[in-house]
Design a protein around this ligand. Structure first.
Ligand SMILES: Cc1ncc(COP(=O)(O)O)c(C=O)c1O
Length: 373
């Protein structure tokens, strides 16, 4: 008998379902809920991007799975301009339908399976684990390069991290690249919060941006075996467009493209045009960063007053904090005050005494939360 849901049986429960009781409590607050639990953008889609989508609305033919040449050139130009990565080969660029699907399917697309390990940060976005399971491979949470299992065929980096906001420096990344190159493993670096750096000391030589695994200081200018996974969901308020890409080693990208063409994993043509517009306009990204910076300051101060210590959080869309108590207690205390946050346990057992507070609420809601603490 066919068992279409079989793979799902090996997957963990979807963690957000377990937040329903806390959400109900927060919604009951007389001044309404402040939802800081999910990193979903709330500010408008930038006009320059919406206009590009509208202008490309007439799209009767099938789009290119590989993306238009203009899109691949735009990604290469963005890496050179914003990430300190000159010389990215446009052939090594492939648009994806948001980056979550790529994270979830990368081990499968690379042909990994039983007997292969997929390493990911110990406290991490849960989809790295899910992707390994979907492929039948073994997910292995690690603390750093010293921890990597010898049978790792894919090593995930996530910098800046969701949920902790920790940023890997050039030396951290270079050590992982060297380890992987010795063993023929692929390094995939999920960098979707790179434009949201808060600490000025972060890679000051590059104007405060966080380093990419494709940075010549990390990889010596050789992109073989390396992929960056990137999304405009966060920096450009485009989560609803599903506008993302993977870039790096042209040979690896050619392999991914081959499977994705067969499987129909194609970014719609108007979204490809919107992505070009988003990557070509730095002004809206700068404006959005400043909105988040202001909300972050308000929340950080209020969390301190409420007895929370904010740890790491040097970049990205979250404050990773603890009051030294189990995460469930912190979630309840905040829910009583009408504020919903995510327990750190969603991101691995090591997060059991932390909560993740997202910066993604409007200014009025953020001010309301701060008043209640
Ligand atoms: C680390 C990380 N990677 C990938 C994603 C997926 O983003 P999207 O599918 O919107 O591109 C997220 C979203 O929260 C994330 O935090």
């Amino acid at each position: 008998m066919l068992r279409p849901a079989r793979a799902g049986r090996e997957l963990p429960d979807f963690p957000w379902d377990s937040l329903a009781p806390a959400a109900a409590r927060a919604r009951a607050h007389p001044d309404g809920i402040v939802d800081l639990s999910v990193g979903t953008p709330v500010d408008p889609t930038p006009e320059v991007v919406a206009e590009a989508l509208r202008a490309a609305a007439d799209a009767p033919g099938y789009p290119q799975t590989w993306g238009t040449p203009a899109l691949r050139e735009a990604v290469a130009a963005w890496f050179a301009r914003r990430r300190g990565v000159p010389g990215l080969d446009p052939d090594g660029v492939l648009p994806t339908i948001g980056s979550k699907e790529l994270v979830a399917w990368l081990p499968t697309l690379l042909g990994l399976g039983p007997g292969d390990a997929v390493a990911h940060p110990r406290v991490a976005y849960p989809t790295y684990d899910v992707g390994a399971r979907l492929a039948g491979a073994r997910p292995v949470p690690v603390d750093g390069v010293a921890d990597l299992p010898d049978d790792a065929r894919l090593v995930w980096l996530n910098s800046p991290s969701n949920p902790t906001g920790h940023v890997l420096d050039v030396a951290d990344m270079a050590a992982v690249v060297a380890w992987a190159r010795e063993r023929g493993a692929v390094v995939a670096s999920d960098e979707c919060y790179a434009e949201l750096g808060w600490d000025e000391h972060l890679d000051a030589a590059r104007g405060g941006l966080v380093p990419s695994v494709l940075d010549p200081r990390v990889c010596g200018g050789d992109h073989s075996g390396l992929l960056v996974v990137y999304s405009t969901s966060k920096q450009s308020n485009l989560a609803g467009y599903r506008a993302a890409f993977v870039a790096g080693d042209p040979a690896l990208v050619a392999d991914l493209l081959q499977v994705r063409k067969h499987a129909g994993m194609i970014v719609p043509r108007p979204v490809q045009a919107a992505l070009v517009a988003a990557l070509g306009d730095d002004a809206h990204v700068d404006a959005q960063r400043e909105r988040y910076r202001a909300r972050r300051e308000v929340l950080r101060e209020a969390l301190g007053r409420a007895g929370f210590t904010v740890e790491a959080s040097g970049a990205g869309l979250y404050l990773w904090c603890t009051r030294g108590e189990p995460a469930a207690d912190s979630v309840s205390w905040l829910a009583e005050r009408g504020v919903l946050v995510a327990p750190g346990s969603f991101y691995g057992a090591a997060g059991a005494r932390h909560v993740r507070v997202a910066l993604t609420a409007g200014d009025e809601r953020v001010a309301a939360a701060a008043r209640r603490w």
